[in-house]
Write a protein that binds this ligand. Structure first.
Ligand code: 3HC
Length: 318
């Protein structure tokens, strides 16, 4: 294809983005657009699947059948979110095996937030309330992202995330209104999950290498810092409501800005975790690689069964 033809195609593509049209798998798209979507969408899918591990740890330890059922449903939802997102990413021409290989070898990232340990039951509340709360803030704009399959996957995901956030906040509310020991558990979980939840929304804008281009392509609709501020402004009143203290002595309502001013984020910690040196990075990848290996026979059996069915249907048809 000549330079001229590519320039024309790019101009038409950009005009479609301008008109807020959805780009579909079979449409022409710049190679860089395809690549950055594979990057973000596959890492989003990895995050959902790895994100099942911290909570899975507490399913057998839930304090009541009701809590166990809600947590079980949530973890199953995360698996479904991962599968929608892997399927949406496959429409861009990458195979499921390739994506898994990238996760298992550390070539692909997953969200930093899932590299922290879940030490008490209150962590299930803090994760639902804060992590899924931040995820909703980040994922609602993605329902309007320019790539059709990603936007459509996000609509279903966001509906389920609001249940996740609510069941988490209810756990925190019960504990905060419970015995002093239970309130201490909730406060300890908030102290440990608050800052990593702010970091989950990505590096500060001036260190975000993808934001500018992702905003031009309407992949990203809001910057990392804007989403972070929105999360803080929404969450602080919720903590006040249940009598918990946000672990940030510099947190203060700024009347002029109509937002909370907040203290410095430990970006060294963030990049350490992103680079694989967080408290649970090795454990998480070991669990994922182990699951992939132990699940090989299931994949082989499913493929063999599908082939047998296909042959059966073929023989019936001839
Ligand atoms: N953890 C790990 N890596 C991160 C990160 C985080 N919290 N935030 C940013 N990074 C990485 C980026 O992936 C990028 O590295 P790469 O080039 O190797 O991909 C680098 O740091 C620079 O960051 P940028 O801000 O330039 O990257 P993005 O523009 O991609 O923004 C993002 C980062 C906001 C996380 C964006 O990728 C995004 O919105 N992703 C979709 C949502 C998502 O993945 N959420 C993760 C949690 S899923 C979840 O919470 C499930 C819920 O059910 C609990």
């Amino acid at each position: 294809m000549s330079e001229e033809q590519i320039k024309n195609l790019e101009a038409q593509f950009n005009a479609r983005i301008e008109r807020d049209e959805k780009i579909e798998p079979k449409d022409w798209m710049p190679e860089k657009y395809r690549k950055t979507h594979i990057r973000q969408m596959s890492q989003h899918a990895h995050s959902e699947i790895v994100g099942m591990l911290p909570e899975g740890n507490w399913i057998t330890r839930a304090p009541s059948l009701r809590r166990k059922v809600a947590l079980l449903a949530k973890v199953q939802d995360e698996a479904g979110h991962g599968l929608y997102l892997y399927s949406a990413t496959e429409t861009l021409g990458i195979s499921r095996e390739e994506m898994y290989e990238q996760l298992h070898t550390g070539k692909a990232k997953y969200s930093s937030i899932f590299n922290y340990p879940t030490l008490t039951w209150a962590d299930m509340g803090a994760i639902g309330w804060l992590v899924d709360g931040a995820a909703i803030i980040n994922q609602v704009p993605l329902c309007n992202t320019s790539y059709g399959p990603y936007a459509r996957a996000m609509i279903r995901v966001c509906k389920e995330e609001s249940f996740h956030q609510r069941q988490g906040f209810e756990i925190m509310m019960k504990l905060a209104k419970g015995t002093p020991e239970q309130k201490d558990l909730a406060q300890d979980a908030l102290n440990r999950w608050w800052w990593p939840s702010l970091m989950m929304l990505g590096p500060k804008d001036e260190e975000s290498i993808h934001t500018e281009q992702s905003m031009k392509w309407k992949l990203k609709r809001k910057s990392n810092d804007d989403l972070r501020q929105q999360f803080i402004d929404q969450t602080v009143p919720q903590a006040d409501l249940i009598g918990l203290t946000i672990p940030d002595p510099e947190l203060k309502w700024n009347k002029e800005r109509g937002s909370y001013d907040f203290g410095p984020i430990n970006w060294d910690e963030f990049w350490q975790v992103v680079k694989g040196y967080g408290p649970c990075n090795k454990e998480r990848i070991k669990a994922r690689v182990g699951a992939w290996k132990e699940g090989e026979w299931v994949r082989d059996a499913a493929m063999a069964y599908a082939e047998k069915q296909a042959n059966k249907n073929f023989n019936k048809a001839v």
